[in-house]
Design a protein around this ligand. Sequence first.
Ligand SMILES: *Cc1c(COP(=O)(O)O)cnc(C)c1O
Length: 463
Amino acid sequence: MSALPEAYGAALERAMVHATNWLASVPTRSVRPQSDADQVAASILPRLPDEPADAAAVVDELAALAEPGLMAIQSGRFYGWVMGGTLPAAMAADWLVSAWDQNAGLRFATPAAAAIEESAADWLLDLLHLPATSDVGFTTGATTANFVGLAAGRQHLMDEAGWDLEGLGLSGAPRITVFAGRERHAAVDLALRYLGLGTCVPVDADREGRILPDALDDAMGEQPGPAIVCLQAGNLHSGAFDPMADSIGVARDRGAWVHVDGAFGLWAAASPKLRERLAGVELADSWATDAHKTLNVPYDCGLAIVARPEAMRRAFSVHTSYLIATDAGPGDPFEKVPEMSRRARGIPVWAALRQLGRNGVIDMVERLAENARALADGLSSIPGVEVLNDVVFTQVSVSFGSDERTRRITQRLMAEGAVWMSGSSWQGRNILRISVSNWSTDDADVAASVEAVRRAVEQEPEA
Ligand SMILES: *Cc1c(COP(=O)(O)O)cnc(C)c1O
């Protein structure tokens, strides 16, 4: 018998110490990393040593070399790229997922993982007001969740057209046209590329980036045939939601599959205050969202939700002649994602939901939106600052006048390190983009963040 507890004990204890030290440093440390990747790389042994090392010593070495190159994404003043932090129960659950080492593909082989993920999925569908009979796949993120939803759509349309996708592939198949707003996320284009569906038809959007249902109708009229309409819940720059009910109505009239990319914005459906902004979203066929953004679980965790389990499972099951019985049951986890083997990444989702409870999820989502509103109000009071979007959710896009000045202020802000916000461009302008995604951001963080922007603005004279 191997001495398992002895083999792991010291290393895990060191990991606990380093994790605690890291988390303790987050509130006061610079948000930005102190070293770049090349500098960190220079501190790593260039050649793998021949001899084994003590596990606890490896953990110490790793923590020491990583520390200067860590971005404080856990900080309440990190507003980059819609990235969330991590709720305590979700982080601890993630450690257990590693300790338990379940390969979460098969229901009978890893029953606890399957049951806990199914429970998380049921809670999620209920929270987001999506059809309770939907299949949920736990993916690596929203890019793969979009891939899964769109793959189910492709499968469904090919089945409807009588085309044997599995046997014949796409060569010679009926062409599927994909329609999406011109301000869709690039992840949608990636997913379409993986699926061999080509480039989508970009549909006109309004100034907040919302697709125009009339323009969608016109575009679909010009290119009839099998179609997927890909809508967006949560525009990266404005936070805006495509008009769901009207767009889905247009798509339905033309027999299209409707997929929604709601990587961070789908969570607005949990809030009674915000839900009306995506009214009708539950009428779509598939949805992609992230748990590692708005829900604040560790990377990597996305959710692919499909209202038609048979399309999902025909697309991802490995049983070549697999047919779904009428009472499909929960199915095996691997029938809902591209991977056969994977970690039980749904367990931290369960833990996050259990920690927050229904009201806690609603409060957290509403607080993110309130903090975005407060940041926008605070920034608007600084001379020379223009908030460009209608702040309807967690996103704030800001200009400081000319593109050049906006770029310089963004760089100054990043170099100072009190906050992290992303430089971007939107509708032909350089902007500073703020994404409020961290559960721990509080009023003090908001006030300190407004002051950080004020300092940068004051140091950068208008041209
Ligand atoms: C982040 C994001 C994605 C991609 O999600 P990943 O989890 O990074 O794969 C897709 N769409 C939108 C709207 C996003 O914000």
